[in-house]
Design a protein around this ligand. Structure first.
Ligand SMILES: *[C@@H]1O[C@H](CO)[C@@H](O)[C@H](O)[C@H]1NC(C)=O
Ligand SMILES: *[C@@H]1O[C@H](CO)[C@@H](O)[C@H](O)[C@H]1NC(C)=O
Ligand SMILES: *[C@@H]1O[C@H](CO)[C@@H](O)[C@H](O)[C@H]1NC(C)=O
Length: 333
C-alpha cells in the first residue's frame, strides 16, 4: 500500500515536472528526427495563456516555434501559375519537362513537410510560411530555369524547364557509403528533382524519409512531379552535414549562428539559404550573377505572393556575397 502511494506520488511529481520542463525546453531543444542528419519535427509550443488572441485565429507563440495550417491556406494556384507562367508555353515545347512541375504536386509534396514546419512556421509569433514558400520556389525556379538571366519579369516567367541535370557525366556514387546505400549497377545519382540533389547517400536517405526506393529507381523523380518536389523539400529541410543548419532553419531564423558563423559573415535569412544549398559556387564571390539571379526571383515572388519585396530582408542579409561557405567545394565530395 505504502509502496503504491509512493509510486503514485512519484508519478504525480513526474507529471508536474513534465509540465514544468516542456515550456523551458521549448526554446532550445532540437528534436531528433529519425534520420542521421535529422529533419526536425516542428512542435506546438506554449500558446498564450489566455488562448488565442481574439483579433487573430493564428496561434500565438510566446517564446518558441510552432507550426500551424497548410501551405494551401496562403498560396493559391493562380500565384503558382504566375511564378511559372511559361511552363506550358510553346517556347519550352522542346523540353521534356514542359508543364511537369505543377501546383497540385507542390501542394501534395508540401503536406509531407508541413509538420516539420515547411510553410507553416511561427517563431516568436512571427509567421514565416509565406516568405518561405517564396524563397523555396525562387530556388526551384532558378535551378530549373531555361534561361539563367537576371530577372526582368519576362525572363523570370520562362522558368521551370528542366527536371534533371543537363550533361551529367558522373554516376555520383560515393563508395564510402556503399554498405548503407549501395549503388545499383547502371544507375546514376546525378542531380534530379525541383532542386537537384546528387549522390547515392542523399538518394538513400530521402528514400527512407519518403518511403520510395529511390536508390533502385531514381528515374521516378523524373516521372513524378510530386516526388520531384518532395526530394527538393527534403533537400531544403535537411542539413548537408550533422551539426549544420538546414536551409529551412537558416531561413526561419530558428538557427542561431555560432561565433564561427559570425566570423564567416553567416546570418540567418535568405542569403544563407544559398550558402547551405550551393556553398561557394554562389556565395563569397562578391556580386555574383548567379546569386543576384536567385535573389531577384525571391523578391519578385514576394510581390506575387502579396508579401511585397519591401518586406524582404536588408540587402546584406539577402545576399551571401561576403559569406564563407559552410562546406567549401574543395573539401566536400
Ligand atoms: C508519385 O509520388 C507520390 C509520392 O511518393 C505517390 O504518392 C504517387 O502515388 C506517385 N504517383 C504515381 C503516378 O506513381
Ligand atoms: C570554429 O572554427 C575553428 C577554426 O576553423 C575550428 O577549429 C572550430 O572547431 C570551430 N568551432 C566550432 C564550434 O565549429
Ligand atoms: C558567378 O556566377 C556565374 C554565373 O553567372 C558563374 O558561372 C560563376 O561560376 C560564379 N562564380 C564566380 C566565382 O564568378
Amino acid at each position: 500500500m505504502l509502496h503504491a502511494k509512493m509510486e503514485c506520488k512519484r508519478f504525480v511529481l513526474l507529471i508536474i515536472l513534465a509540465f514544468v520542463l516542456v515550456p523551458v525546453n521549448c526554446d532550445e531543444s532540437s528534436l531528433n528526427g529519425p534520420y542521421n542528419r535529422g529533419i526536425e519535427e516542428c512542435y506546438h509550443c506554449k500558446t498564450n495563456p489566455r488562448g488565442l488572441q481574439a483579433s487573430s485565429d493564428r496561434p500565438v507563440c510566446i517564446k518558441c516555434r510552432c507550426c500551424a495550417g497548410a501551405v494551401s491556406d496562403h498560396f493559391q494556384s493562380d500565384q503558382f501559375e504566375k511564378m511559372f507562367s511559361n511552363r506550358n508555353s510553346l517556347e519550352v515545347e522542346d523540353h521534356e519537362n514542359k508543364g511537369f512541375l505543377d501546383y497540385e504536386s507542390f501542394i501534395t509534396a508540401s503536406a509531407h513537410y508541413q509538420p516539420y514546419g515547411f510553410g507553416t512556421t511561427y517563431i516568436h509569433g512571427n509567421f514565416f510560411g509565406t516568405k518561405e514558400v517564396a524563397a523555396f520556389l525562387a530556388h526551384v525556379a532558378t535551378k530549373t530555369s531555361c534561361e539563367n538571366k537576371v530577372g526582368t519579369m519576362k525572363q523570370l516567367a520562362r522558368d521551370s524547364c528542366y527536371n534533371k541535370e543537363m550533361n551529367s557525366n558522373s554516376d555520383y556514387c560515393d563508395e564510402h557509403y556503399k554498405n548503407i546505400y549501395p549503388c545499383i549497377p547502371g544507375v546514376a545519382y546525378y542531380g534530379r528533382g525541383a532542386l537537384p540533389f546528387y549522390w547515392n547517400y542523399n538518394y538513400g536517405e530521402a528514400s527512407k524519409d519518403l518511403k520510395v526506393d529511390l536508390l533502385s529507381h531514381p528515374e521516378y523523380i523524373e516521372q513524378n512531379a510530386t516526388l520531384a518536389f518532395q526530394v527538393a523539400l527534403w533537400r531544403w529541410m535537411t542539413p548537408i552535414k550533422k551539426h549544420q543548419p538546414s536551409a529551412h532553419n537558416v531561413f526561419t531564423g530558428y538557427w542561431k549562428p555560432t561565433k564561427n558563423d559570425t566570423l564567416a559573415k553567416r546570418v540567418s535569412g535568405f542569403g544563407t539559404t544559398m550558402n547551405v544549398l550551393y556553398g561557394d559556387l554562389v556565395c563569397g564571390q562578391g556580386d555574383n550573377e548567379s546569386m543576384n539571379n536567385i535573389i531577384s526571383h525571391y523578391l519578385y515572388y514576394l510581390d506575387l505572393m502579396g508579401v511585397g519585396q519591401e518586406k524582404a530582408e536588408p540587402r546584406e542579409v539577402l545576399s551571401c556575397a561576403k559569406q564563407v561557405a559552410f562546406n567549401p567545394s574543395s573539401s566536400s565530395p
